[in-house]
Design a protein around this ligand. Structure first.
Ligand SMILES: Nc1ncnc2c1ncn2[C@@H]1O[C@H](COP(=O)(O)OP(=O)(O)OP(=O)(O)O)[C@@H](O)[C@H]1O
Length: 221
């Protein structure tokens, strides 16, 4: 589904590249953990594959097409769903409203279908009352579940998550990663998670380590 070909990125000079010549492929129905030391460039890599930044070398291909040729705005809107450490929900809306807006913006198959959104939130453990109150009044774990519900409601086949459990306790961490696993295995999406947590990486199908400016697959499925 997603491929990087000879991908390279640097902020200053090419000699100080964060990574170079990165050729990797990511498939639907699989979950991937990207690990590596702080500052090694994991978030930068995620930004490139999400179409939030442009590579200095090489290309990112989605279903065989260079994403910059397809158009980054279109790619970001329809093909990629992002889960952030800080949830990034519309904080003046309820969980239900967040899902309805996301489906409308992305033109999802279920746009306008409030019952569908309710069902997804219920499946993720939110009560009827929690669904309609302002998301700021929910706990961190509940807010992250709303962010994950948002990716489940939208049709984007690629889900990327940057430290999605960074603000969560152990129990919520396990639940959130299991949900991301379900998205990969049951919705047949490609899920890519940047994490520094060993337990999170261990629950993913494949671990890819960024070190010494290159990526190595450590644990093939
Ligand atoms: N806009 C920028 N300009 C210059 N350097 C930057 C910029 N953004 C990030 N960097 C540097 O690039 C390097 C990689 O950053 P990045 O956030 O991708 O790393 P990371 O592996 O995700 O780190 P962490 O695990 O701490 O989140 C870091 O050394 C960072 O200081």
């Amino acid at each position: 589904m997603l491929e990087t070909k000879k991908l390279g990125y640097w902020y200053g000079h090419e000699d100080d590249a964060l990574f170079k010549n990165v050729t990797l492929s990511f498939d639907a129905g699989m979950s991937y953990a990207i690990v590596g030391q702080s500052g090694s460039g994991k978030t930068t890599f995620l930004a490139l594959i999400s179409g939030l930044d442009i590579p200095k070398a090489g290309v990112v291909e989605f279903n065989g097409q260079d994403i910059s040729t397809v158009g980054l705005t279109k790619y970001r809107r329809h093909d990629v769903a992002i889960v952030f450490q800080s949830y990034n929900l519309f904080n003046y809306m309820s969980a239900l409203e967040n899902l309805m807006v996301a489906m409308a913006i992305t033109g999802a198959q279920h746009k306008g279908d409030k019952e569908f959104a309710r069902q997804v939130l219920a499946k993720l453990g939110l009560t009827d009352e929690q669904m309609v109150k302002n998301v700021q009044k929910l706990s961190g774990g509940q807010q992250q579940r709303v962010a994950i519900a948002r990716t489940m409601c939208c049709d984007a086949p690629l889900v990327v998550a940057d430290e999605p459990t960074g603000n969560l306790d152990e129990r919520n961490t396990v639940e959130v990663i299991d949900l991301l696993q379900q998205i990969a295995h049951e919705q047949h999406k490609c899920v890519i998670i940047v994490t520094h947590e060993v337990e999170v990486a261990a629950r993913c199908d494949v671990t890819i380590r960024l070190a010494e400016r290159t990526f190595r697959v450590e644990q093939p499925a």
